[in-house]
Design a binder for this molecule. Structure first.
Ligand SMILES: *[C@@H]1O[C@H](CO)[C@@H](O)[C@H](O)[C@H]1NC(C)=O
Ligand SMILES: *[C@@H]1O[C@H](CO)[C@@H](O)[C@H](O)[C@H]1NC(C)=O
Ligand SMILES: *[C@@H]1O[C@H](CO)[C@@H](O)[C@H](O)[C@H]1NC(C)=O
Length: 440
């Protein structure tokens, strides 16, 4: 007790002084930042679509990308290959790279080639865990129980996952189910960075796996035939050649909003096109036919389906119709840099009816043209090209990841000593941690 009393007691005055110091520091840092930003105009603090140069997206995050990502090798961790190719190893990455969930393969491949990849775990800021599990499950390569068990097995073999409590580990979950694909995600993976197109999965589950402060929304994978800058399957039409005011192309899936749209299109068939589409059988709508249809309207309606995101939103930018989001819970990617009011419309889903068509009809073509032309400038953000393209979905993801980087990670099971040694609860040094490790 005596030694403790020797310390200067922390009085109210001290506390106020400390607080004042913090406030002052904060204020001066802000001031300094602002002055700096005024000088270096090539790095504006805020990227607005309105004044974006055609070829470059200037990110509002900082001066440059500077991060090191370790990508786990498929042979390095027992079980990873199962998450990538199924229990028999027969599911091919070539098959998984196609379709709206192809991001799980594309992001992995882009990271493997990235200049921000490191091969040394000791210097890595972030760790990427490859898995094509959405595709593997669709193709019967793994069932839910196997997926759950394999993830747990994989994670228990990663000392660095344990070290940070998973906080610097990145996973892609490319579908509406998000991290729910891994049944026990909330126990084992609830602090990791999850890349997902989905901000909400409340239709079938009571909770969302998405956390706006740690996870990253990624654009869905638009068909390469449309996203390619040259040789598109279908070219946009000039506004005067659009036959419809709006369209909705998709299955109803028993969802209220979609059913309402289909009903509305029966009442106003010359304004709203909503054809019955065949997604299988002899009359199956081909990829090209689909985009041909999509381009015949000024506005492309994107209502909520099983979950809140819909690929149609991203596709709209490539046929150049203005997307109208009818999905209240939607979460959009790269909100740090994109002002969505300039390129899209979000309309309340309880107002789906003639009033929606009246409203859309009241918008002058001039405004539609403007939205379309701004959308044209930023749609490169939906395309999964390498980081050498400054404007690409992948570059966007790297910037978002850089924002998540931390100098230091802690976890309940990690301790540190006076000399910087990291130990576990048994005081075993990090380099000697034994596998598999009990989790969490
Ligand atoms: C997932 O696997 C772990 C480890 O085998 C198990 O403890 C957990 O109950 C499983 N979760 C579900 C939902 O089956
Ligand atoms: C994350 O998992 C840990 C371990 O199971 C649990 O204690 C914690 O409550 C979970 N956090 C959230 C936000 O679910
Ligand atoms: C740090 O100190 C601990 C406890 O004294 C010791 O066991 C460990 O070897 C030291 N680590 C290093 C890197 O010197």
């Amino acid at each position: 007790m005596a030694t403790i009393n020797h310390r200067v007691p922390c009085t109210r005055t001290h506390q106020i002084a400390a607080l004042a110091l913090i406030v002052a520091t904060f204020f001066f840092t802000r001031l300094f930042d602002q002055t700096l930003n005024q000088c270096s105009s090539q790095y504006p603090t805020y990227f607005s679509v309105a004044n974006a140069p055609d070829d470059v997206v200037s990110w509002g995050y900082g001066a440059r990308l500077n991060l090191k990502i370790y990508v786990y090798g498929e042979d390095e961790i027992d079980g990873l290959k199962t998450l990538m190719y199924g229990r028999e190893g027969k599911i091919s990455a070539e098959a998984c790279v196609k379709g709206q969930w192809g991001t799980q393969v594309k992001i992995h491949r882009l990271l493997l080639q990235s200049m921000f990849r490191t091969r040394r775990k000791e210097e890595a800021d972030l760790f990427f865990v490859p898995s094509y599990v959405k595709c593997v499950r669709m193709m019967g390569g793994l069932n839910d129980k196997e997926i759950n068990q394999t993830y747990v097995k994989v994670l228990s073999q990663m000392p660095y996952f344990r070290l940070s409590g998973g906080r610097n580990h990145i996973f892609v979950f490319p579908s509406g189910a998000g991290a729910h694909l891994f049944k026990s995600w909330a126990t084992y993976m609830n602090r990791s960075i999850i890349l997902t197109p989905e901000g909400d999965r409340t239709d079938k589950r009571p909770t969302s796996a998405f956390n706006t402060w740690k996870d990253i929304i990624i654009p869905g994978n638009v068909d390469d035939g449309m996203a390619a800058p040259k040789g598109r399957l279908v070219d946009p039409l000039p506004l005067y050649r659009r036959k419809y005011l709006a369209n909705y192309l998709g299955r109803a899936q028993g969802k209220t909003g979609r059913l309402q749209l289909i009903e509305l299109s029966k009442q106003y068939p010359d304004k709203l096109e909503s054809p019955v589409l065949k997604f299988s059988g002899p009359d199956k709508l081909g990829r090209t036919d689909y985009f041909q249809h999509l381009r015949y309207a000024k506005f492309c309606l994107a209502p909520r389906g099983e979950s809140s995101w819909t690929l149609r939103f991203y596709e709209s930018f490539f046929v150049e119709c203005v997307p109208v989001i009818l999905s209240d819970q939607v979460e959009l990617p790269f909100q740090n840099v994109v002002d969505y009011t300039q390129i899209s419309i979000k309309w309340p889903s309880n107002q789906i009816g003639p009033q929606l068509l009246d409203y859309l009809e009241s918008i002058p073509d001039k405004n539609i043209e403007e939205m379309i032309s701004k959308g044209r400038k930023i749609r490169c953000l939906w395309v999964y090209t390498p980081e050498s393209e400054r404007c690409s979905a992948f570059s966007g993801i790297l910037w978002e990841l850089q924002k998540k980087m931390r100098q230091f990670h802690q976890s309940v099971e990690t301790f540190w000593l006076h000399n910087g040694s990291i130990v576990n609860r048994d005081l075993t040094e990090f380099s000697k941690w034994k596998l598999p490790m009990p989790l969490p």
